[in-house]
Design a protein. Structure first.
Length: 134
């Protein structure tokens, strides 16, 4: 066993790639953020689960995390739409170099289907304005 930036890795005889290390760190960061916001049943999925990095309880929402310097959203969106089987989904994208000016400005963002975003905005608006939208 060995420690890698706060993560205990079993000794498997092979080293873990930097991309995989970064992906694991990003998934843990998003998982922790979701827990902080009350999603207490959230957990990371197995590495073999394609385009579904985080299990968000029984919500049915497919969650993918990308921690990269460059983003190819169209490819990621096509893939997650297929994996989610047309259920709700979200891609959390983290800029891969948060020390750079661009990385600091971009930080973490979420990308989701526009219809899902509209539903969430209505719920948020209702929650914050205490109005009669619902």
């Amino acid at each position: 066993e060995r420690w890698l930036t706060g993560i205990l890795l079993p000794s498997l005889g092979a080293s873990v790639s930097k991309a995989r290390q970064k992906g694991t760190l990003g998934e843990n960061e998003i998982r922790d953020m979701l827990i902080k916001h009350g999603h207490n049943d959230v957990k990371r999925t197995s590495a073999s689960t394609e385009s579904h990095d985080i299990w968000l309880g029984d919500t049915g929402v497919t969650v993918e995390v990308k921690y990269r310097k460059t983003w190819s959203l169209f490819k990621w969106i096509s893939k997650i739409r297929n994996v989610s089987d047309n259920d709700e989904w979200v891609i959390f994208a983290i800029h891969g170099d948060r020390r750079s000016v661009s990385g600091k400005q971009v930080g973490k963002v979420a990308v989701m289907d526009a219809e899902f975003a509209a539903e969430l905005l209505l719920l948020w608006r209702h929650w914050n304005e205490k109005d009669t939208y619902l």
